[in-house]
Design a binder for this molecule. Structure first.
Ligand SMILES: Cc1cc2nc3c(=O)[nH]c(=O)nc-3n(C[C@H](O)[C@H](O)[C@H](O)COP(=O)(O)OP(=O)(O)OC[C@H]3O[C@@H](n4cnc5c(N)ncnc54)[C@H](O)[C@@H]3O)c2cc1C
Length: 598
């Protein structure tokens, strides 16, 4: 019997704010986000009572859980203090039902200019999309996971999917009388489900119901004197046996394939202290990742499928990740609608992701025909503008990612072993490894051409859609062919030039140079990311979007190896899993011999 699809919403509305002297005030909860002594408060209520930075019993990475991400102050101060006072790593996990919009982040950032991490966060805050988001700071030493939505849903998901316990909780939602849902017994019990013996809890509230609730769950609670600022706050420690135990993490990992998929996962692990050996017999960035002009934009679907969910989140994560490495140029991009079908598609997308365009203008806006002509001098029935889209030089990026003391490169093919985890990121050649017989992946050739356009018209930014045109000072890049059977390079150049005539002009045009490579694609056009076997993992089939999908795939695999929740939902993990093909093939009556993946 087929299950009805679960309702899924992409956009989450931002917090409704009033501003009092540059300080946000929540209209929803009629409460302040932080007091005038906000910075001291983080120390007085959370850091000191929990002795978080002094504890000797914690691992190399401290896991903090917070209810109420708000304006990110607890996060930014905790991260800054940890970086200054310790040599530890931080995974800060927070929950927020009403995230700030980009404008609010920009307004608060100057008031926190002394916190460098805050500026980075405000430039790339988690987007107004539901579910999990991840940001990385300080060369990966600080990881931020934020769940946008109902805290109870997020906490229960964390209990299921994060193996590492939280070491310290900061309970910082709006006060219990103003936001009772944040403090009810189900929430407190989900906190206990994510804790281990010794986990601390701190809260600005001293409400008796919260104290009694936590005591009933096995926390030893005490009041912390906060005079003269306020009477007291709450602190406690889990003395009962915890629901979770700390997990060891791998010391050494092998990665096969030095394209963007392999290099991003290697770097994610190396940044967490894992020793990585990378194998590629052809050298770094020699496959699809040899393209030195690659568009980082978002091929949005605008439906409620897991594929749509993945694409939007992968784009935002990649956009926050790539600027840390060489090869990144911020350009923006425009996706034009040239016929009624395309117009209704981009309208649907705008409705799903940007119902309030003022809140999403940092990443997505819809333009009607008139505005497109007036503001961009482009002809079309309408357009989506992606102001944060970028161009990536993939070889430069890959070399930058590999430049890390924990990464060793070996110019040889990778060999599987059952001694340590390995990750297969060999595009189409991933099929040559064990446990891959069910994978429905193949190769599709493509070509990019660099030309000198004859047109005098200026294109303000790259145009993406059915292929793309990327203007440059001396030469433009046009592409890219999608060849079911490989063409000659001359055929591919003709196709690339002809399909972009309306932007590059009608005269004779020569291809100055070109680059060809295969792309690995799966039968359902989704990447293949996840566990292959006890020790084996895979990241492949990034198709035409590796620039945006590979960093998220790397975050998913590294999270699973480190015992963290992946920054996507369970349904996205299932949708990308290499095991998805087995179930489909079983329905078609295909039988596999040999061990089943993972
Ligand atoms: C013409 C063209 C234009 C494109 N434009 C864009 C774009 O604008 N935006 C975008 O996002 N994407 C674009 N793409 C897609 C993007 O380039 C790919 O998704 C991405 O490069 C795939 O990266 P990968 O690491 O999975 O594979 P690859 O880069 O192909 O890397 C796989 C590596 O595995 C190695 N390997 C093979 N066998 C072994 C083995 N046994 N052991 C070890 N290593 C092995 C290979 O040598 C290779 O280096 C384009 C692709 C093409 C072809």
């Amino acid at each position: 019997m087929s299950q009805s699809p679960t309702y899924h919403q992409e956009y989450i509305a931002p917090a409704a704010l009033d501003w009092i002297n540059d300080q946000p005030f929540s209209k929803q909860y009629e409460d302040i986000y932080y007091t005038a002594d906000g910075t001291d408060e983080v120390h007085r209520i959370y850091l000191k009572p929990s002795a978080l930075l002094e504890r000797k019993d914690l691992g190399a990475c401290i896991n903090v859980g917070e209810l109420g991400f708000g304006s990110g102050l607890n996060f930014a101060i905790t991260a800054t203090e940890l970086l200054q006072q310790t040599n530890k790593h931080l995974h800060f996990i927070s929950f927020e039902a009403h995230p700030l919009d980009y404008e609010a982040w920009q307004k608060i950032a100057p008031t926190r200019a002394s916190l460098q991490i805050y500026r980075v966060l405000a430039d790339n805050p988690p987007p107004l999309l539901t579910g999990w988001h991840r940001r990385s700071f300080a060369n990966g030493r600080v990881q931020l996971s934020v769940y946008h939505g109902n805290a109870l849903d997020g906490l229960q998901d964390l209990a299921k999917r994060q193996r590492q316990p939280v070491d310290a909780w900061f309970l910082d939602g709006f006060s219990p009388p103003k936001n009772p849902d944040m403090w009810d017994l189900n929430i407190l019990s989900a906190i206990a489900d994510n804790s281990t013996q010794g986990t601390t809890v701190g809260s600005f509230t001293s409400a008796g119901a919260v104290r009694r609730g936590l005591e009933a769950l096995g926390f030893a609670m005490r009041k912390v004197d906060q005079q003269p600022i306020k009477r007291s706050s709450l602190a406690g420690t889990l003395v009962a046996n915890g629901a979770k135990q700390r997990q060891s993490t791998p010391q050494r990992v092998s990665v096969f394939g030095a394209g963007i998929a392999g290099c991003t996962v290697a770097r994610h692990l190396a940044d967490q202290g894992v020793q990585v050996q990378m194998f590629d017999p052809n050298g770094v960035a020699s496959g699809g990742s040899k393209m030195d002009v690659s568009a980082l934009h978002c091929r949005l679907l605008g439906d409620s499928s897991p594929g749509a969910e993945f694409r939007a989140r992968a784009f935002h994560y990649a956009r926050s990740y790539h600027p840390n490495f060489p090869g990144f140029s911020a350009t923006g991009a425009v996706q034009l609608a040239m016929n009624d079908g395309e117009l209704s598609k981009i309208r649907r997308i705008a409705k799903v992701y940007a119902p309030d365009s003022s809140a999403t203008q940092n990443w997505l806006t819809y333009l009607d025909e008139q505005t497109l002509t007036d503001d961009f001098q482009l002809a079309g029935l309408g357009a989506l503008v992606f102001p944060s889209a970028a161009i990536i030089d993939l070889p430069q990026l890959c070399h930058g990612l590999m430049d890390h003391p924990n990464i060793e490169f070996v110019k040889q093919p990778g060999v599987e072993t059952d001694q340590q985890p390995f990750i297969v990121a060999c595009a189409g050649a991933s099929k040559n490894f064990a446990n891959t017989q069910s994978l429905e992946i193949g190769e599709m050739y493509g070509q990019l051409d660099w030309i000198k356009p004859v047109t005098q018209a200026r294109i303000p930014m790259p145009i993406v859609g059915n292929g793309y045109v990327i203007p440059g000072d001396k030469e433009w890049t046009v592409g890219s062919s999608y060849e079911y059977e490989p063409w000659t390079s001359a055929e591919a150049s003709t196709s690339n030039i002809n399909k972009n005539r309306r932007f590059i002009g009608d005269g004779k045009m020569t291809s100055l140079r070109h680059k060809r490579a295969p792309r690995c694609v799966s039968s359902d056009r989704e990447p293949v990311v996840g566990k292959l076997s006890d020790m084996g993992w895979i990241s492949t089939a990034h198709g035409s979007m590796g620039t945006s999908s590979a960093p998220m795939a790397a975050a998913m695999i590294s999270s699973q190896l480190l015992g963290w929740i992946a920054p996507v939902s369970q349904r996205v993990e299932t949708n990308l899993s290499p095991q998805r093909f087995i179930a489909r093939q079983a329905r078609r009556g295909v039988k596999h011999v040999g061990p089943k993946p993972g």
